[in-house]
Design a protein around this ligand. Structure first.
Ligand code: FCB
Length: 446
């Protein structure tokens, strides 16, 4: 089953939980601007207050203790550390994470911070954001500042969360900040190439400033299945796999973008300078994998996009409140594939969870059987992956708290703890206790 020292954690992200967006010298991020742009976020929600974790973090650490959590994955807001992204350092911003880390360690919980979970300082976007090649050096500088500050106590670092989303949702579909929409993948690919350079440059900086530390990146991966056995649909699945999985993992592990997708992209591929691929494929200590659903596709010669595929919503399959198919087997499949294809030294499941339309009952509790069932089924799939040779070292549930779910605002609840936003009251849901039992048993529960 799971090794004795298996790391059971929960994950969150800065803009989704912190609030306090104008406090203690924090600069604006691209998400502050995007969320305040009419029409971008469901119900016009913003992260201005979110879970007010910035003030409630001692209480949130108490929740983690009750849960029996071994590790906590959170993200650091770059605009708190360097408000304009590349200039003056904001000591009060550092002080917040300093205190968070100290209190986690006092509680016996290992911190796993992510350096970039999407909240780029707005001032940098005004200089071109990730489309500017200099962004790699802006990020390297920020990495240097924060790892000097916390590197004595933090020993596990993640550079970027979900390159897929940063590239495609932000610079292709336009549904995430800074909201660029194009048919072409040109911008998405160039942005990705630049933040992959940033990632590669950050790894040695982390190791230099934080002795005996481990560093990795977090990819959201999804097995891509053809909707039928026809040759055309199977070929479409290979093309979409190129976009969804291999485009992101190959450069990091193989030092090259996948040739089939490069050929499809033609002139829309990234500009690559001499030495770039060596930087991008700097060896890492672990790979983080986020898994939520599988992808089912068919051939579509009329699609405007180079994959020439259509995304298929299978009828009669169980789905979460996001509409995402519940497919635990995909977690095993993706982990064993990653192990065979890329052989990372260690893997963490860095996010996995589901949205449920939760309500607090008159008795003041939250019954969320679908989430408990989801957790159990996915932990079972993780155990199967371990048995089949995946070097899985930990599992982080998404999420500790209900939070600001990006374009869906507060309309979708992913927490194992319910947050009543007007009062900021936290109520552990039934699934909180399911996860507590899983942690206590170091694995599956009935
Ligand atoms: C992932 C994100 C995370 C959260 C979950 C539901 O794509 O990394 O911030 O929104 O989805």
């Amino acid at each position: 089953m799971f090794p004795k020292d298996f790391v059971w954690g929960c994950a969150t992200a800065s803009y989704q939980i912190e609030g306090a967006v104008k406090e203690d010298g924090r600069g604006a991020s691209i998400w502050d601007i995007f969320s305040h742009t009419p029409g971008k976020i469901m119900n016009s929600d913003t992260g201005d207050a979110a879970c007010d974790h910035y003030h409630h973090y001692p209480e949130d650490i108490q929740l983690m203790k009750t849960l029996g959590l071994k590790a906590y994955r959170f993200s650091i807001a770059w605009p708190r550390i360097i408000p304009d992204g590349n200039g003056q350092i904001n000591e009060s911003g550092i002080a917040f994470y300093d205190s968070l880390v100290d209190k986690l360690l006092e509680a016996g919980i290992t911190p796993y911070p992510t350096l970039y979970h999407w909240d780029m300082p707005q001032a940098l976007d005004e200089k071109g954001g990730w489309l500017n090649r200099e962004s790699a050096d802006w990020f390297a500088n920020y990495t240097d500042v924060i790892t000097r500050a916390l590197g004595d106590r933090v020993k596990n670092w993640m550079t970027f969360n979900e390159p897929y989303c940063i590239a495609y949702l932000s610079y292709h579909e336009g549904v995430h900040a800074p909201g660029h929409k194009h048919v072409s993948y040109r911008e998405a690919n160039q942005a990705l190439h630049h933040f992959y350079l940033a990632h590669g440059k950050a790894i040695p900086i982390i190791h230099a400033n934080s002795s005996a530390s481990k560093a990795g990146i977090v990819l959201s991966l999804s097995p891509v299945h053809a909707v039928t056995d026809s040759e055309a649909d199977k070929a479409a699945a290979v093309r979409v796999d190129g976009k969804t999985n291999r485009w992101l993992a190959d450069p990091l592990f193989k030092g090259a973008y996948p040739a089939d997708r490069l050929a499809l992209l033609g002139a829309d591929g990234p500009d690559i300078q001499a030495g770039d691929m060596e930087i991008i494929s700097t060896p890492m200590d672990f790979l983080g994998v986020n898994y939520y659903f599988r992808t089912v596709v068919g051939d579509d010669p009329n699609s405007p996009f180079v994959e020439k595929a259509r995304y298929v919503d299978l009828p009669d399959v169980p789905r979460t409140d996001m509409g995402w198919e519940i497919y635990p087997e995909g977690l095993r499949e993706i982990l064993t594939w990653v192990q065979q294809e890329y052989n990372p030294p260690e893997i963490y499941m860095t996010e996995n969870g589901c949205a449920v339309p939760d309500e607090v009952t008159a008795e003041g509790v939250v019954h969320d059987p679908p989430r408990s069932a989801y957790l159990k089924a996915h932990v079972a799939a993780a155990a199967a992956a371990v048995e089949q040779g995946a070097c899985l070292k930990g599992y982080f549930a998404w999420s500790l708290l209900d939070n600001f779910e990006w374009a869906f605002g507060y309309d979708r609840r992913f927490g194992i703890t319910y947050v009543d936003y007007p009062t900021q009251k936290r109520t552990p849901k039934d699934s909180f206790y399911t996860y507590q039992a899983i942690i206590r048993n170091n694995g599956l529960v009935e």
